[in-house]
Design a protein around this ligand. Structure first.
Ligand SMILES: [Zn+2]
Ligand SMILES: [Zn+2]
Length: 205
């Protein structure tokens, strides 16, 4: 669930990194929003070959942020000395925004993530319990604690809760087998229990 929502945001960012960078509307949207939140900048950084597209996008965004947060006195763009001309002509500078206004970022990737999350949660609620049971039996998938907690009481929620509780058993197995006295026992499926547990508490790993 969390992973699927994060994947939706990543897909959006990959789109921007690809063709979106050349789309004037996308760039205008990012300028209005102030770019991304710190977490999604990290996702952006981790995408494949981000350098050139980042340079194009950031050339645009950084200039806007310099003007917006530091005022019209920021160095003029290579494309034209509009800032200087405005200063020389004695035009009034834009109103100085408050610190909150200056730093507020409306991350589009976060919005996409939240929308995907809502869609998946609605879809999950409509899955018949028997289908959910079958899916859980076939694999090791689970839904994180926080998202299970948003589900209404019922068979689906009970099944997903049981899956999370089984993860506790896997962690116990992992811990026991990590003890040198039991090191001869194969880790088996409990080997990545710690990783799954991080995801279960909402970690994006
Ligand atoms: Zn989740
Ligand atoms: Zn974000």
């Amino acid at each position: 669930m969390c992973l699927a929502a994060a994947a939706a945001a990543r897909t959006y960012l990959r789109g921007v990194l690809g063709d979106g960078v050349n789309d004037v509307d996308v760039r205008a949207d990012w300028r209005r929003r102030g770019g991304l939140c710190p977490r999604h900048w990290r996702v952006w950084r981790s995408l494949e070959a981000p350098a050139l597209s980042s340079a194009v996008l950031l050339r645009d965004l950084l200039e806007t942020e310099l003007r917006r947060q530091l005022g019209g006195g920021a160095a003029p763009a290579a494309g034209g000395p509009q800032g200087f001309l405005r200063a020389l002509a004695g035009r009034p500078r834009p109103r100085t925004p408050s610190p909150d206004e200056r730093t507020a970022v409306l991350c589009r990737a976060c919005e996409i993530e939240r929308a995907a999350e809502r869609r998946y949660l609605h879809a999950l609620q409509r899955v018949p319990a028997s289908d959910l049971e079958g899916a859980l039996a076939r694999g090791r998938g689970f839904v994180c604690v926080a998202h299970v907690a948003t589900l209404p009481e019922g068979a689906g929620r009970a099944l997903l809760t049981a899956r999370l509780e089984a993860l506790l058993t896997d962690l116990d197995t992992f811990l026991r087998r990590s003890d040198h006295r039991f090191a001869h026992e194969p880790m088996g499926e409990s080997g990545d229990a710690w990783l799954r547990a991080i995801r279960a508490v909402g970690g994006d790993v």
